[in-house]
Design a protein around this ligand. Structure first.
Ligand code: NAD
Length: 350
């Protein structure tokens, strides 16, 4: 297995999750660091006890001098397009933090650059690599439930980040709902069709813009997906995974975002309300909580394995642009008050 020589771009808070995962993998060697703030580079080297690294604020130079073949993009959202495009042009494969880009035009450019250079560009969607979401998804495949008709999620957390999020426009939709919308695609296997959305800043918000949002999606096969969320909700927090209800033709399954998955199916009856039977849901797996296959570790492992085998990782940019399109359509709907249709050519990205 060829060891990947990696430059980390952006040395802030999220790199802890990346480094905690990478230390389990012996096919990754960190060879360089790039950050516009030298203090962040020094703090990173100190924290991880790394000394012999090529460092700087110019990514192309750091890649060249370190002979890197891979870039982990952990910069802030607005920097993702320029970091990814530079890395791809320098011949590197890229695994980048969500969200891909602040506009669909920039996201398309990134996909086109990956195709033109023949390199892989994938996005961290760590919430797909959670064994509970997989158990929830497989519970929905139970044949006696019939088709999934409606997916509802509730996301409420009082999150006091500070930093770039405090000043960002549409902060919840752009920086968090990308996870939840991507989870909805993962759970349902459906593609987005259109959305109505609104976002606002509730009284007392510690964000500048858009800390709360609602969105109502039409998905393929007539599925409806509803989202209610806030980063300004003190008390009674949901999990970061959200709290889900899936309604199928003949039963329903809920997932509390943790270990709690419960299902009931129609057991017949003549009255106004039928009788229901509890459903058996698969129990936890041995690898639950294993940092090498959960969350960031899971996405990074999948990305590395895809590079070794010449296959496409699950969160490849050609798939992830569909989740990005959901977010950007919701933002457009929130700004215009109109229903927004997801561009059809995005759904054909293969
Ligand atoms: N997947 C997840 O669960 C998850 C969780 C938290 C954050 N994130 C994402 O990770 C990214 C970073 O978030 P964070 O909390 O670490 O932010 P942060 O502000 O702590 O760190 C970002 C770093 O990027 C550097 N930077 C910014 N622009 C740059 C540029 N053009 N070139 C080089 N360096 C640059 C900053 O100086 C800073 O050190 C964001 O996209 C965020 O959405 C993902």
């Amino acid at each position: 297995m060829q060891t990947r020589k990696v430059v980390i771009a952006g040395c802030g808070g999220i790199t802890r999750a990346w480094m905690n995962a990478v230390e389990h993998f012996d096919d990754v060697e960190i060879v360089g660091l790039c950050d516009r703030d030298p203090g962040q580079i020094d703090a990173f080297k100190e924290r991880w006890q790394l000394s012999k690294l090529i460092v700087g604020s110019d990514l192309a130079q750091v890649i060249r001098r370190s002979a890197a073949d891979t870039v982990f993009d952990c910069t802030i959202p607005e920097a993702h397009p320029s970091i990814t495009l530079t890395a791809l042009e320098c011949g590197c494969d890229v695994l980048g933090e969500k969200p891909m880009a602040p506009s669909l035009e920039r996201a398309r450019e990134m996909v086109a650059a990956a195709e033109a250079t023949g390199r892989t560009y994938a996005v961290i969607q760590n919430r797909r690599y959670n064994s509970a979401i997989r158990r929830f998804r497989s519970a929905l495949e139970h044949v006696e439930l019939g088709a999934l008709t409606t997916l509802d999620v509730d996301f409420h957390i009082g999150a006091h980040f500070g930093g770039f999020r405090a000043e960002m426009s549409h902060v919840l939709l752009l920086d968090m709902a990308i996870h939840t919308f991507d989870q909805a695609r993962f759970i349902s296997g459906a593609d987005p069709v259109s959305v109505y959305a609104a976002d606002w800043n509730p009284r007392g918000s510690w964000f500048r813009h858009g800390a709360s949002a609602v969105a109502f999606f039409e998905m393929s096969d007539g599925l409806r997906f509803t989202y209610t969320g806030s980063w300004c909700a003190e008390g009674l927090n949901t999990s970061w995974e959200g709290s889900w209800r899936a309604t199928c033709e003949h039963g329903s399954v809920t997932w509390d975002g943790g270990a709690g998955i419960h299902g009931e199916r129609d057991a017949g009856g003549e009255g106004l309300i039928h009788n229901f039977e509890p459903m058996r849901v698969a129990t936890e797996h041995a690898e639950d909580g294993d940092p090498a296959c959960t969350g960031h570790g899971g996405v990074i492992r999948d990305f590395l394995d895809a590079l070794h085998t010449g296959t496409r990782p699950m969160t490849d940019c050609r798939d992830n642009i569909k989740s990005m399109a959901m977010v950007l359509a919701a933002v457009e709907s929130a700004e215009t008050g109109a229903k927004v249709t997801i561009p059809k050519e995005i759904l054909r990205c293969e």
